[in-house]
Each structure stands twice: as C-alpha cells, then as structure tokens.
Design a protein around this ligand. Structure first.
Ligand code: ASP
Ligand code: MG
Length: 417
C-alpha cells in the first residue's frame, strides 16, 4: 500500500472543531488503505504568542531556550490530533522531533534537518497499521541533546523530510489555498492555479516572494525527489475521493511536466530596499571594499548594478538588500567610506522586485526583452535588472507593483480565459 505524508498548517488545526476536520481527512486516506504519517503545525497564532513571551521575558534570550518554548505549540496539536483519531477508531500515536528522532544541526531557531529516522514508523505501519502524528517544526541536536526548531514556517520542511525518510509516494501539504497560482490572485484576479510546477521553479517562486511554502522544504523535496502536492484543507473530507483526481498543485521533477510553458509564474516582493553609492573610484578592489563589509555585517545583497564609468575614473554602484537590513547596510557603507572613497549615498525603500520565472527560459531567447518593452509602454521605469537561467527580476517603484505584475501576467499568456 502507498505511503502518504499529510501536513496541516496552523489555520487547519486552529481549534478542536478543525482538528476533527483534519482527522476526517486522515481517516479517509487510512480507510483507502494508505499508510499515513501526519505532520502538524501549532494552532494558528500560538507560535506568535510563544515568540512574544520569549521576547517579553528577556529581549536578548538564549536561542536554546527559545526553541524549548516555541517547539511546544506543535507538541500540543500532535497530541490532540492523535486523541481525536483514536476517538474515531483510527490507531494513532503522536511523535515529537526527538522521539523519531529528527536530527538537525545546532543552528537554534533556524536549524537544518540532517536526517530523519523513519524505521519505527515503517515498522508500526506494517505490524500494527498505526498512523503516525508528528509534531512539525522541531528536531533535536544529537551532540547536545537539545530541542531545535527549523525557523518560522518550518513544518513544511518537517513534512518533506519525513516523506523522504519513509519513502512516501507523495507529501500532501494541506493549506488555506487550493494550490500554487501563476501569481497572487489578490493582485492579478486572472491568476490561474497551476496543475504542476517544477521544483526549481517553485524554489524561485518561494524565494522571490510567493509565500505558499517554506523555501527549505522545496530544496529538500528537490534533493530527495519528494513529490509535493499543495491542496486545500477546507474542502470537505467527505467530498474527496482518495482514488480520483483531486484539486491542487503538484510540485515535481520537470521530467513529469509534459506541457512546459516558457513562463510559469510571476513573483514579487515589496520588502526590498535600494542603495546607490555615487562616484566611487572605478578601479579593481572597489566592489570588494563595498560588499566585503556588508557580508561581515550579515547583510544579504541581492541585485547589483554597476554603471559604465562616464569619465573613466568614477562610477555609480547600485544594489538591493532586504528592507529589514536597509539601515544596517547604510551604516556599514558609511563606516567604510574611507576605504571605498565615494561621493554620496542614495537610498530608497519604496521599491519592489518583480520576477518572472520559467524553466522554458533556458531554451527561449528574448523573454526578458519582451518584458522591458511592455513595462516601458506602461511608463514603468526599471531601476535594476538581474537574470539567471530560469528567471529574471526587475526593480521598480513599489507604487507600480500591481500594474507591472498584471502587465507581465498578460504578456506571457498566463491569464485564465
Ligand atoms: N508553527 C510554526 C510557525 O508558525 C511552524 C509552522 O507553522 O510551519 O512558524
Ligand atoms: Mg506555513
């Protein structure tokens, strides 16, 4: 019989009534003969509350104790779901990260999964037909024996890691949307749900602003080739036939996608800031003088544009950073002014990055050029551009974000008919 992982996020387990609804989804799959491992998040809002309490207790607190506190939310929902399943006659047992165990590194608060032991789960599937209910988001660091957490939104990653460990046929992510869309439907009402999207594309979509899934869960899915299915937890459990085709988006290997479009989706992010360093000397070592100190200050630099020097001696260098790093980046550059030698620093936080993503770009030329023309026709000015094999991004004024997204969505034939 096929093995399945079913993951439910915070809104899907927000209260006992919804946990019952989740249990009915699980029972449906168990009754259809599947071996099921369920991964749950904390009830909606609980993790935020736990984080707030840690900050309240001491603004600067030990990350190991933060993890001890915030991991508790998932412990509660795992136990409650196991109780509910048992009440419905489904043999179920809850598991915390340390019990399996789910081993992670010791980066408390943002730990990486190293390996998951699925042997005991598999034994119980075979010998007792027992359903596993696993607390997401948490693991254990073996050497120190301390509880760790995987970073906000990390239950997705737990689910994919468990799926890889038990060799699941599919990892179903039940969430409050019914799949992955070509772009955010609140911005572009003509956005379509995708039937399939390749791991690499989804990785770009998630990294570049689409908030459907934890970025690391997709990396992990790609490495272990775990097929991930994003679907709605609000569909009535009774209305779903576990053997038929159901609604959602499959994130899978590109080989599984027959009809590949050139462009698959459009992501955007308003959490960007731009910094321009004016009149820096145009000589070797200047980029190192700017980006070295930024790296040391842990500022993540994204797009970089260096202008051609008009006079052969000085040039302007523009780059973007996350809006949250903006002040730190400015201070870092100002401190390094002596070593860099520049004239002026300009910055803007009212900017947005719009990205066009599609594996088909590998084999099609001129995809980005079409966008530049279309944006120009809308009188939208492009401040910076970056490209890679399967995507390109433009930096524009934040005020034009929605218009730019809709323009590009139509341009690449993504509008639903
Ligand atoms: N409960 C954790 C959070 O809110 C993990 C998750 O839901 O994925 O970030
Ligand atoms: Mg989530």
């Amino acid at each position: 019989m096929a093995r399945l992982v079913m993951k439910f996020g915070g809104t899907s387990v927000a209260d006992i009534e919804r946990i019952r609804n989740v249990a009915r989804h699980v029972k449906r799959e168990v009754d259809a003969g599947h071996d099921v491992a369920v991964v749950v998040s904390a009830m909606a809002g609980v993790t935020n509350q736990l984080v707030a309490w840690c900050r309240d207790a001491a603004p600067l607190h030990d990350a190991r104790e933060y993890d001890a506190v915030v991991a508790s939310g998932e412990q509660v929902t795992a136990g409650l779901l196991a109780i509910t399943l048992e009440g419905m006659g489904v043999n179920a047992r809850s598991w915390q990260g340390w019990q399996l165990p789910i081993h992670t590194d010791n980066a408390h608060g943002a730990a990486r999964v190293l390996d998951v032991n699925g042997a005991e789960l598999i034994r119980r599937f075979k010998e007792m037909k027992q359903t596993a209910v696993i607390a997401g988001f948490q693991g254990i660091h073996k050497e120190t024996n301390r509880i760790t957490t995987l970073g906000r939104g990390g239950s997705d990653t737990s689910a994919v890691a468990v799926a890889a460990a038990i060799g699941a046929e599919r990892c179903d992510i039940y969430t409050d949307v019914d799949g992955v869309y070509t772009t955010d439907p609140r911005v572009a009402p003509k956005a379509r749900r995708l039937d399939k999207i390749a791991f690499e594309e989804m990785l770009e979509m998630a990294s570049l602003g689409a908030k459907v899934m934890h970025v690391r869960s997709i990396e992990l899915g790609m490495v272990h080739n775990v097929r991930i299915f994003v679907r709605s937890s609000f569909e009535k459990p009774e209305d779903i036939n576990p053997r038929a085709n159901f609604t959602g988006t499959l994130i899978c290997d590109e080989a599984e996608i027959v009809e590949q479009q050139v462009v698959t989706g459009i992501a955007f992010s308003k959490d960007e800031a731009q910094i321009s360093v004016r009149s820096v000397p145009d000589r070797p070592g200047v980029a190192a003088a700017i980006f070295g100190p930024l790296a040391e200050s842990n500022v993540n630099v994204d797009m970089i544009v260096q202008n051609v020097s008009p006079d052969g001696s000085t040039t302007d260098l523009t780059f973007t950073v996350p809006a949250t790093d903006y002040e730190r980046a400015r201070i870092t550059i100002e401190k390094a002014k002596g070593a860099i030698g520049y004239d002026r620093l300009d910055g803007a936080t009212d900017v947005a990055k719009v990205s066009v993503i599609g594996i088909g770009m590998r084999s099609h030329a001129g995809v980005a050029a079409q966008a530049f023309k279309a944006l120009a026709e809308q009188k939208i000015n492009i401040r910076a551009i970056t490209t890679s094999e399967i995507k390109f991004s433009v930096l524009i004024d934040a005020a034009h974000t929605d218009q730019a997204v809709r323009t590009l969505h139509t341009l690449y034939g993504l509008d639903k008919s």
